[in-house]
Design a protein around this ligand. Structure first.
Ligand code: NAD
Length: 390
């Protein structure tokens, strides 16, 4: 049968210039949804990576991507990362993410986010959205007008509010686990700890560390921010360029990604790297291995900073701050398990944590094969929805 020009073009686009299914299958994604609403100018892509453990939860990022391929690459990479983060954190959630192509400074509007919300709703709970780069609480409130599958709402309307305190608590716990491994005691009293960034997470983190009697060194690119925090917690202010080479026990990156790289690697003069910043390893395999070779204990970023995800995930059960803190405390044990696995198998901590996350998904996926009278029902997640009154 003859095919039309349109069919020929589409086939060529998919197979040669744009091998979408290759992309999905390479990283084992389940689904990608492309959403367009021309009146509002909505161009959004939703990706569900893996729902073995539960519905896919992950934020929606608004960014002026240069082209569609760049947006697709980002949403595929980020949604996969969420699967591992939820799995290693013991959450009954899968990994998902969404991107909206656009400039958040100029193109955010009620109608745009409500249109996005309707597409989220159309997935019937397979994907639950949240705040991310370029979106904010206001955007989530607009999304909530069209779907119940949204988290990261203000406390005033039953949400979990600012995740930074819980993120910082998780980082603090993960740092203590690293100290236990490196020094035999998890006390941080008298430890010299440098913090990069004087932002939301660092502020709460520095307060925990100050209370425990650590000696703190802090930097930020904004003088007023760093001075205010240093005054508050009695820390020494350091020039941002000097932070990597400081002679400390623990370095805590809480500002930027990609800062463990070829340029900084030789500068590190610490036993432990444990902080909140995402994607700190410039090249995961290469720089993870280099840290192992140097004998620096590295707490994988997506594990130690999971307090933020734990916080929004707890909205699904009706938000309870104490419970969220309790779950974030478990980051201590998770990090210790990863450090032990890394040592026993002589493998970088980043790889160790990926392996342990995959083991959990494999095990839970397997037990879901056991037939029960509710085999067609997704179990725990149904319960989550009931509790959350979604
Ligand atoms: P923030 O924007 O409040 O703080 C970041 C701080 O880093 C700012 O004060 C900024 O001025 C400073 N900074 C930027 N570039 C710097 C540089 N070159 N040197 C020194 N300081 C620099 O952000 P946040 O919410 O505290 O988050 C910090 C990091 O943790 C980010 O990477 C974020 O993605 C990650 N994270 C945050 C959460 C959360 O709950 N907020 C959760 C998970 C991960």
């Amino acid at each position: 049968m003859e095919s039309t020009t349109l069919e020929k073009n589409t086939a060529a686009d998919l197979s040669e210039d744009f091998p979408l299914f290759d992309k999905l299958q390479n990283y084992e994604h389940e689904q990608i949804v492309v959403c367009s609403e021309p009146t509002m100018g909505l161009k959004a892509i939703l990706a569900v990576h893996d729902t073995t453990l539960g519905p896919a939860l992950g934020g929606v990022r608004m960014w002026p991507y240069n082209n569609e391929q760049e947006a697709i690459r980002d949403v595929l990479r980020l949604s996969r990362g969420m699967t591992y983060k939820a799995a290693i954190s013991g959450l009954n959630l899968g990994g998902g993410k969404a991107v909206i192509i656009g400039d958040p400074r100029k193109e955010k509007s009620e109608a745009l986010f409500r249109a996005f919300g309707r597409y989220v709703d159309s997935l019937g709970g397979r994907y639950i959205t949240a705040e991310d780069v370029g979106t904010d609480v206001q955007a989530m409130e607009w999304v909530r007008m069209e779907t119940k599958y949204v988290t990261g709402l203000p406390k005033a309307i039953g949400g979990s509010g600012d995740p930074s305190p819980v993120t910082a608590y998780g980082v603090y716990q993960g740092m203590k686990a690293c100290a236990k491994k490196a020094y035999g005691s998890d006390s941080l009293e008298g430890k010299r700890i440098s913090i990069q960034g004087a932002g939301h997470v660092s502020t709460y983190l520095a307060e925990f560390l100050e209370k425990e009697g650590a000696e703190l060194f802090i930097c930020d690119i904004y003088e007023d921010k760093v001075n205010a925090l240093a005054d508050k917690v009695g820390a020494e202010v350091v020039d941002p360029d000097d932070i990597y080479g400081l002679d400390v026990d623990i370095f805590s990156p809480c500002a930027l990604g990609g800062i463990i790289n070829d340029d900084t690697m030789d500068q590190f003069n610490c036993d432990i790297i444990a902080g909140a910043a995402n994607n700190v390893l410039d090249e995961e395999d290469k720089h993870g291995q280099m840290l192992l070779d140097k004998g620096i204990l590295y707490a994988p970023d997506y594990v130690i900073n999971a307090g933020g995800l734990i916080n929004v995930a707890s909205e699904l059960e009706g938000y309870n701050e104490e419970r969220a803190h309790g779950q974030a405390e478990k980051i201590y044990d998770t990090i210790l398990d990863i450090l032990n696995y890394s040592e026993e198998n002589d493998t970088p901590t980043f790889t160790a944590s990926n392996i342990l996350a995959e083991q959990r998904m494999g095990n839970v996926g397997k037990i879901h094969n056991i037939y029960t009278s509710q085999s067609s029902f997704t179990g725990h997640i149904g319960d989550l929805y009931k509790h959350a009154n979604l």
